[in-house]
Design a protein around this ligand. Structure first.
Ligand code: NAP
Ligand code: 12T
Length: 346
């Protein structure tokens, strides 16, 4: 991304689990930045963050913070996005929002570059970054959707605590140490910090991510349902999800069952996945090779393996999809959208 017109970038939530990854990626990718503004709450104002050998002072995010900003990358929670995104847009910034605040708004494209970058180019100031669990699933489904069509998806997730922020990572580490020391662990954050009841995550599995909705599915599960349809631009895809938090720091894993519209050859499916952009096929059961969260952490790709034919349904297919939830699931997808927008401008 060298030799390009330089742009002014703001990161909102720059001190968070996602925001820190955004700042690292902007540096690693050599994103053509003229000025970088790092915004967070008043609690962080005045702290400094190292970027390309210089200290950048964190400022409190305010409506007037966005004067002169070309790209504003938001990852400070839905309430802050609802409040500040309209101000950023009014100042002429293109916003890429990581929260669920605008994802289902009809005028806001919901974008995974490998799937629907064309939608991003139609933006009216705001582009939404999908939920982490949706992103890695649709990136792997895309080549199968294009070749065979998709009738139905049934997915169970095994989600890392970093998806719930820096405080949830700390909670897993503290509880784990407490259990190993024979102390009673304390739960204050997971599954949802603002709700009254909390459950131990260390040495456990919690079948609740985000709040419950009226149909018995959680909001996280319904994000996977609704966002998948919106990203493919196809309301006919049937999706059902069960989202589970597990005691892993980073890297979401998913068991995905897909019913294709047309019959398939297993070798063709593997070849399509191996060739798909942003997707890496890791599938050698004879060598016990399959995607693992520990291998995916720090990588930008989506890893797919355990690809196998269903035992009963002729168009049914099972696979295991793993990615770094803070990278492709959040910060990388956002920075990638910004890179693609810059490329499209040239
Ligand atoms: P986090 O580690 O808890 O960080 C929260 C960030 O928001 C911090 O930088 C915090 O700043 C900032 N913040 C809090 N209150 C603020 C305020 N009043 N004004 C400005 N900044 C404020 O959380 P995270 O994991 O990075 O996630 C942040 C948000 O990103 C989530 O709430 C979610 O909406 C979204 N997210 C999306 C995905 C996805 O699936 N695409 C994944 C993870 C998260 P201080 O350090 O100053 O408190
Ligand atoms: N509650 O961006 O808790 O909608 O792992 C992402 C992750 C919301 C989101 C989580 C969440 C989002 C989580």
């Amino acid at each position: 991304m060298e030799n390009q017109t330089k742009v002014n970038v703001a990161v909102v939530g720059a001190t968070g689990a996602v925001g820190q990854q955004m700042v690292s990626l902007l540096e690693e990718r050599n994103f053509p930045i003229a000025q970088l503004k790092l915004l967070a709450s008043g609690r962080s104002a005045g702290k400094t963050v190292r970027f390309k050998g210089q200290d950048i002072t964190i400022e409190e995010a305010k409506p007037e913070s966005f004067a002169g900003v070309d790209f504003a990358l938001f990852s400070a929670g839905g309430a802050i996005s609802k409040e500040l995104v309209p101000h950023a847009v009014a100042h002429g910034a293109v916003v890429i929002d990581n929260t669920s605040a605008f994802r289902m708004e009809p005028d806001v494209p919901l974008v995974v570059p490998e799937v629907n970058m064309h939608a991003a180019l139609q933006h009216k100031g705001i582009i939404a970054n999908p939920n982490c669990s949706t992103i890695q699933m649709v990136a792997a489904l895309k080549p199968l959707y294009d070749r065979y069509g998709i009738d139905r998806v049934i997915v169970s997730t095994y989600q890392a605590v970093s998806g719930a922020g820096a405080s949830a990572i700390q909670e897993l580490l503290t509880q784990s140490a407490d259990v190993l020391a024979g102390k009673q662990p304390e739960a204050k954050i997971l599954p949802v910090s603002k709700l009254p009841v909390h459950h131990q995550i260390a040495f456990n599995a919690i079948p609740q991510i985000d709040v419950f909705t009226d149909n018995g599915f959680t909001f996280e599960e319904m994000k996977m349902v609704n966002e998948t349809k919106k990203i493919f631009g196809d309301d006919s895809i049937q999706v059902a999800a069960t989202c589970v938090r597990i005691p892993v720091v980073s890297g979401h894993s998913e068991s995905v069952y897909v019913e294709l519209k047309e019959e398939y050859q297993l070798e063709d499916v593997k070849a399509l996945l191996a060739d798909a952009p942003g997707v890496v096929l890791v599938d050698s059961p004879e060598e016990q090779r399959y995607p693992l969260a520990t291998d995916a952490v720090g990588k930008l790709d989506v890893f797919v393996g355990r690809v196998r034919r269903d035992l009963n349904h002729p168009r049914g297919l099972h696979m295991w999809i793993v990615s770094d939830n803070l990278l492709k699931g959040a910060a990388w997808n956002t920075v990638q959208i910004a890179e693609e927008l810059l490329k499209a401008r040239q």
